[in-house]
Design a protein around this ligand. Structure first.
Ligand code: AMP
Length: 476
């Protein structure tokens, strides 16, 4: 039975924020967790990403903290009352943003601290006083050691994506942080799975928790259409662009298995004229946030990413997810396709399967409890800027223009690549303005190479060499 937020008797300031976000009915985790947290119980929640668990813990937590609400400018009147710990910077940023929206009409202050960023601005925020602090464990410990925050008045602790925090090796940091907190507090733990390690963590730090499980952790959302295509490696890019056009997809996440593959694919897609950005662990924090932002604002259409960089990211309404590479770990398949079809919206998950993927595909089928349904596909000849196309032979054909250019053009020999590619050191520069149409809808006319922010212009030095090599023939 669906339950409406109006049944909760939330404070008017919170109810107004919820209404403004367009939520009417609670998701199952919200319907189960909110009343339990409002009563002050500890919670051990198993919830898939995209189930609405952020609101499930932040709304009741804010409601209970409203008794401390005050307009004083004194930092002493705004001690940290709630601590939300998350494994990655992106997740911390995302959850902090949501909390800010829910608390918009209250006087509660919140902030976020995570590594990879200058500590000074974070310190200034902390010193002003905040009731809700969202943090990654390592950076929080840095601030505790620098005495930038005091946690002796914390009443609520949320351990979000706890399984992931343990995977990353945050257990010692978590133990230290928890040792600084008052014993009398409410602790909420959320995890995709209840592994023995998670159960151990819960038994050490939670008191008589109410267990809430809303969906099998390995279930895939029924709103996601899962399509599998048998393709060769070299056809994947073309087939992806065909599918994007045929299905009228506006934006998509493209998952690959390695950081290097991620950067390379993003560059190839850029060369094909598609607005693309890459998100992987080697990017600086600033670049990662910019990449996410560019995707959210629609400035880029394709976000090519690795699992580590993308896990748990909530970007609403991602219409499609491509498994450009089949993941090595079947659980990653579930996490990846969890990016689409979130909170009831329908989504498309496309997976490219090559001859090497039989075992990994078998694991996925076992995990999701169904057989992969293959869609037949005939890769189109490759489209290239300038109207060239590749018919599958090793020779690029040039459309006939005049007698001189009618003969097949052999691919020019490539200059040897430098050992380190300066592209990887270059900060991300977002595309100027969001396009009205996704780039593949205008792919018959791929964007001119010079528009890509990721492709460096030819170096003047190279041009100088060319000039010295010119023969009288070429001059004429
Ligand atoms: P989460 O699992 O917290 O990352 O939330 C997933 C997405 O669902 C977020 O974009 C939320 O804004 C959205 N959401 C959360 N609660 C609701 C709700 N009751 N109705 C509709 N969307 C929601």
């Amino acid at each position: 039975m669906t339950q409406s937020f109006s049944e909760l008797s939330l404070a008017p300031t919170l109810a107004r924020a919820v209404a403004e976000m367009g939520y009417e009915n609670m998701t199952p985790i919200q319907a189960q967790a909110i009343p339990v947290v409002l009563q002050g119980h500890d919670v051990m929640g198993a919830a898939q990403t995209g189930t609405g668990k952020t609101a499930a813990f932040s709304l009741p937590l804010l409601q209970r903290l409203l008794k401390h609400e005050n307009a004083s400018t004194s930092p002493a009147r705004h001690p940290v009352r709630a601590l939300v710990l998350l494994p990655t910077r992106e997740l911390a940023d995302q959850v902090a943003e949501q909390i800010k929206l829910y608390a918009k009409y209250t006087q509660m202050r919140s902030t976020v601290v995570f590594g990879g960023m200058d500590m000074k601005p974070q310190t200034l925020e902390l010193k002003k006083g905040v009731e809700i602090l969202v943090a990654t464990p390592g950076r929080l410990l840095d601030h505790i050691e620098a005495k930038n925050c005091v946690l002796n008045q914390v009443e609520y602790v949320v351990l979000d994506e706890a399984d992931r925090m343990l995977d990353i090796g945050f257990l010692p940091d978590l133990q230290r942080i928890l040792s600084y907190l008052p014993k009398q507090r409410t602790t909420l733990l959320f995890s995709a799975t209840f592994s023995p390690e998670i159960k151990r963590l819960a038994s050490s730090y939670l008191q008589d928790p109410v267990t809430i499980e809303v969906a099998r952790s390995n279930a895939t959302a029924s709103t996601v259409e899962q399509c599998f295509y048998r393709v060769e490696d070299e056809d994947k890019r073309r087939v992806m662009q065909q599918i994007l056009r045929e299905r009228g997809v506006k934006q998509a996440f493209v998952f690959v298995n390695s950081k290097l593959g991620c950067a390379r694919l993003a560059r190839s897609l850029e060369r094909d004229g598609l607005n693309t950005t890459a998100l992987h662990g080697d990017k600086s924090q600033d670049e990662r946030l910019k990449a996410l932002d560019a995707f959210k604002t629609g400035a880029v259409d394709l976000l090519v990413c690795t699992d580590v960089a993308a896990r748990g990211l909530d970007i609403k309404d991602v219409p499609a997810v491509f498994n450009f590479d089949i993941p090595f770990n079947a659980e990653d398949y579930v996490h990846r396709i969890g990016r689409t079809g979130r909170a009831g919206a329908s989504g498309l998950a496309v997976s490219f399967v090559t001859g090497r993927d039989a075992r990994n595909l078998g694991d996925i089928e076992k995990l999701i409890g169904k057989k992969a349904e293959f869609v037949p596909v005939e890769p189109e000849p490759e489209r290239r800027p300038g109207g060239r196309y590749n018919d599958g032979q090793r020779v690029w054909q040039q459309p006939q223009r005049d007698e001189g250019s009618a003969r097949p053009m052999a691919r020019a020999p490539r200059a040897p690549r430098p050992a380190s590619d300066p592209f990887f050191d270059k900060p991300y520069e977002p595309t100027a303005a969001p396009e009205a149409k996704p780039s593949w809808e205008v792919a018959d006319k791929p964007a001119a190479r010079s528009v890509s922010p990721n492709i460096k212009p030819k170096k003047k030095v190279a041009a100088l060499f060319k000039a010295t090599e010119r023969t009288p023939e070429t001059e004429s």
